[in-house]
Design a protein around this ligand. Structure first.
Ligand SMILES: [Zn+2]
Length: 630
């Protein structure tokens, strides 16, 4: 088999191959002054739209000791011709009969001679210094069994708009801890984020050609098992093309029977690997979570797999129960049954993805004509799509800060400061010995607002007496995107002046953007008034953050689903991050922006139990600042 492949490879490749392709090449690997050789290995199948960008990002690596190998998996489009245009820049190109990504990867590895391996799919991109930064993290005489990972962000057409969203895997971890988090929290690391030594690659064994789906997940499990642990290099970056679920691509499971079977094999292997490391309560719990979260793929078409999964669950000492469709689709199920509800969910996801792709393509083309800032302020885009706003808002005018992991922190914050947030929410916090942050617009004081009755001057006294924090939310609650940056700044000054009249000793230290994400210029203008400014984003803060744009999780968005919130608290606890909750009114009859006291208390209780320190936003910031400078 391999001989046939190599023959066809040699007819296309620049380097003719005879006998064992690796043997003589490997012996020529030298410890040159410029450091070890890194092989960038790219399997490609019908990737004519993206492979040129991928190859440019490989060629542009600032790490000079590199070789780049493309194995074309029998593409029927222009992939091979495009790849061959890069031969002049030293890229080696081979082709073979189509048989799947695993076969192409195994061949590419055989053809390579690097001391380190960079796997790269033909639609993803490396930042120019990705490999150099990771190699820079290796000290001399460091073990070859150390595995390097990097940050990665998703994009569709414009990689400069990629969103980097940290997960609990974005840190240094032992193999056991890494697998527990991956399986227990249903997380993953993008293939290109790894940099693996040849030694480790050889010990891990080849890619499994049976696995048409999640083959990278299974492969890196084995690499991990053979490793001494993961070192996460935060500054090194990979751009991952595609939406949450890559429809139409190799990695999308869909309803193909072969892919479902393959996915099940991969899952069983994962569970076997994790249990081989430790057979404990927490391992069994993580395996059960992993089974539960994947059940939806197999239901109801693959009842044989569901049955096997149930048995495996029993063996793990648990039960799976019925798989969960997202609640939005649950009503369809109750009327039309499972099969229909599931296909509705899939169709909707597909629709959403194709919409965001065409939107992104439009901006990509526009971006070629206008520079970033002109685009951000363009009148024609006064009300651009939320996704675009978020990306410019987060990428520009940053105030970088590193959260040093030394125990998790959770803050409870309330926007608009409705009375009930203090009288009911504040009382719940106090009963657990905690305090919160109230983001006030003094222009709304005493009024009835969409989020309920707003605080009165007497409430302010109570707030200070009880040790809560008062934060700023602009004077008249103005829209963070639609308001011109200079007007927005004057709103902050006005809110400060109003406060100094009401409570001369008080001052604002932290800020929350009303209604929307801010413009980049707004971030820049108001930065000087506050220690930190908070937005949304439905995640926690970990590692490198932007003090002008901290993430928060709005509780009301999961008020019917406390389990989601609890799992976030768990993730924050493991990542030792700073989780900021936000909401508005706390009432038995809440507005759509608020929560019920019972739900709120359940979350506060769980947060306290998680071992996190519960601090108002400014106190949390001061604790983190003290750590980062010590
Ligand atoms: Zn608000």
């Amino acid at each position: 088999m391999m001989e046939r492949l190599l023959k066809s490879a040699s007819s296309v490749g620049e380097h003719p191959l005879e006998g064992d392709p690796g043997a003589d090449l490997r012996s020529t690997v030298s410890a040159e002054d410029q450091g070890p050789l890194v092989s960038i290995l790219i399997p490609a199948f019908n990737a004519e739209q993206s492979i040129a960008d991928t190859l440019r990002s490989a060629v542009a690596q600032t790490w000079r000791q590199k070789e780049i190998i493309v194995v074309d998996d029998g593409s029927t489009d222009q992939t091979l011709a495009i790849a061959k245009q890069f031969e002049a820049e030293g890229v080696r190109v081979y082709t073979k009969r189509n048989e799947g990504a695993a076969g192409s990867r195994n061949l590419a590895f055989l053809l390579s001679k690097g001391d380190y391996i960079q796997w790269l799919d033909a639609d993803d991109l490396l930042a120019p210094d990705k490999i150099a930064l990771q190699m820079g993290e290796l000290r001399s005489h460091e073990s070859k069994r150390l595995l390097l990972s990097s940050a990665w962000g998703r994009f569709i057409y414009r990689h400069d708009r990629a969103e980097f969203i940290p997960t609990a895997l974005w840190c240094d971890l032992s193999p056991l801890e890494w697998l527990l988090r991956k399986m227990g929290d249903n997380l993953f690391m993008q293939t290109a984020s790894w940099l693996v030594s040849r030694e480790l690659t050889e010990v891990a064994g080849p890619w499994d050609a049976r696995l048409l789906s999640d083959d990278d997940g299974e492969y890196f499990c084995r690499v991990l098992l053979a490793s001494e642990g993961v070192r996460f290099v935060r500054e090194a970056k990979v751009y991952y093309r595609g939406p949450g679920v890559a429809f139409g691509s190799l990695s999308y499971i869909g309803r193909s029977s072969r892919k479902l079977d393959a996915h099940w094999i991969s899952m069983q292997l994962h569970i076997g690997y994790l249990r081989s490391l430790e057979d404990s309560e927490r391992v069994r719990e993580a395996c059960l979570n992993y089974l539960r979260s994947s059940q939806i793929h197999f239901y109801p078409d693959k009842l044989d797999i569901i049955k096997q999964a149930d048995e495996l669950a029993k063996d793990l000492g648990g039960q799976l129960g019925a798989p969960g469709l997202s609640w939005k689709y649950a009503w369809i199920k109750s009327i039309f049954g499972w099969r229909f509800a599931k296909s509705a969910q899939q169709k909707l996801l597909r629709f959403r993805w194709s919409f965001s792709r065409s939107w992104d393509l439009g901006l990509f083309r526009m971006g070629k004509r206008m520079n970033k800032l002109a685009l951000a302020t363009s009148k024609a885009l006064k009300r651009p799509q939320g996704q675009y706003q978020r990306i410019t808002a987060s990428a520009l005018s940053r105030r970088p800060f590193t959260i040093v992991p030394e125990g998790p922190i959770i803050s409870f914050t309330f926007d608009d400061f409705p009375r009930s947030a203090l009288l009911t929410g504040g009382a719940i916090l106090r009963s657990y010995g905690a305090a919160g942050t109230y983001y006030a617009s003094l222009g709304l004081m005493g009024r009835q607002a969409p989020t309920g009755r707003i605080f009165s001057p007497e409430d302010l006294e109570v707030l200070f007496a009880q040790g809560h924090e008062l934060g700023c939310h602009t004077f008249s609650h103005c829209h963070a995107w639609d308001t011109p940056p200079d007007v927005f700044e004057s709103e902050i000054i006005r809110n400060r002046e109003a406060l100094s009249k009401l409570a001369p000793k008080a001052s604002f230290h932290t800020f929350s953007y009303p209604i929307s994400v801010p413009r980049a210029q707004t971030k820049e203008r108001i930065s000087k008034y506050f220690a930190c400014c908070r937005c949304g984003g439905q995640t926690f803060n970990v590692g490198n953050v932007d003090l002008n744009y901290l993430s928060a999780f709005f509780l009301e968005q999961s008020r019917d689903n406390p389990e989601i919130v609890k799992s976030l608290i768990d993730q924050n606890q493991r990542a030792q991050g700073w989780l900021i909750f936000a909401t508005h009114d706390i009432s038995d009859d809440p507005t759509r922006w608020g929560c019920k006291p019972r739900f709120f208390e359940e979350i506060v209780k769980y947060a306290v139990k998680s071992g996190a320190r519960i601090l108002p936003a400014f106190q949390a910031y001061e604790v983190l600042r003290a750590k980062s400078s010590s």
